[in-house]
Ligand binder design. Structure first.
Ligand code: ARG
Length: 298
């Protein structure tokens, strides 16, 4: 494990299990888009997690995905399901479909032709379900690299999304943007290294949003920027990050996390969140976790 500096301020509360039940945090019901993994497989390698010689278990992948959807519904979220398409084995990673804020969708433009076939079905889905669609000209891989905190669009680059696309997306969505540079190929999308846990509360005296991240995934400058913006952030270990603990789906209270990252779950509890463990290990073989399978529709 890489040695990391402790964050400037950490304010754990005293409770764990009790804290979870007595959590003062309020969940916000959300609307998600997910894509059924009917054609999910690992048949090419576009990130270090993908090994074409390792088999995937289609039945297990489907059961894990169904459990993820059932978990979202049990937590009170609305889930829209898009059907996968043959020949598009990564289409299950709906986070990469685009970015949707306040009824405006910017669909993805993929960095690799292995996934560019997903652009049309997802753009069609946005045209049918989201108020307005702005088609980009530059490469961006949707919420894989573009995470809305409710105040700022945290925008990754380094492996997939073109840094020049940041301006294009910010302009289309009308949001302030913070560029962040990813430097470790294991964490090739921003959502593998950083999770938005709550969106804070608006207004000058409002509470800042809460995030969690793994510092080693970021350049020195981006680590410094994150420390300035989020001195209270939860700092995840590399071991948990490698189980895609940061690829978490949070409603501001309940945080859907991989069951293989108990240390991160305890860190969440200490901060008053309620970890909701799921097993999405089949999707890790393609380099994805729970959040990769989930696009937030706002
Ligand atoms: N195999 C997919 C790719 O490399 C995984 C995408 C994971 N999605 C995400 N939002 N991080 O593109």
């Amino acid at each position: 494990m890489t040695a990391e500096k402790a964050p400037a301020v950490l304010t754990p509360t005293a409770t764990t299990a009790a804290g979870a039940t007595l959590s003062r945090r309020t969940p916000r019901p959300q609307r998600f888009l997910v894509t059924r993994p009917t054609y999910f497989d690992v048949v090419y390698s576009i990130n270090p997690w993908m090994h074409t010689d390792v088999d995937t278990d289609a039945g297990l992948a489907m059961r894990q995905w169904e459990n993820l959807v059932a978990t979202f519904r049990r937590l009170g979220h609305e889930v829209e399901i898009c059907e996968g398409a043959p020949g598009l084995p990564d289409m299950v990673f709906a986070a990469n479909a685009g970015t949707v804020i306040d009824g405006v969708a910017v669909p993805a433009k993929f960095s690799t032709d292995k996934r560019s076939g997903e652009e049309k079905p997802y753009t069609d889905w946005f045209r049918d379900h989201v108020g307005s669609v702005v088609v980009p000209t530059l490469v961006n891989e949707g919420e894989g690299d573009l995470l809305w905190t409710g105040r700022l669009l945290l925008a990754g680059s380094g492996f997939r999304t073109d840094p020049l696309a940041h301006n294009e997306v910010a302009e289309a969505l009308g949001v302030p943007l913070v560029p962040l540079k990813l430097v470790d190929p294991s964490f090739y999308h921003l959502d593998t290294a950083l999770a938005v846990l709550d969106t804070g509360s608006a207004g000058a005296s409002g509470r800042a949003e809460t995030i969690a991240y793994y510092p080693g995934a970021f350049s020195a400058g981006s680590q410094a920027a994150l420390r300035r913006l989020y001195p209270d952030a939860i700092i995840a270990s590399r071991a948990d990050a490698e189980w895609f603990a940061l690829n978490a789906v949070s409603d501001g209270r309940n945080v859907v996390v991989p069951e293989q990252a108990p240390t991160f779950a305890r860190q969440l509890e200490e901060r008053g969140f309620v970890p909701v463990p799921v097993d999405v290990s089949e999707f890790r073989k393609a380099g994805g976790g729970a959040k990769c399978c989930t696009l937030i529709l706002r």
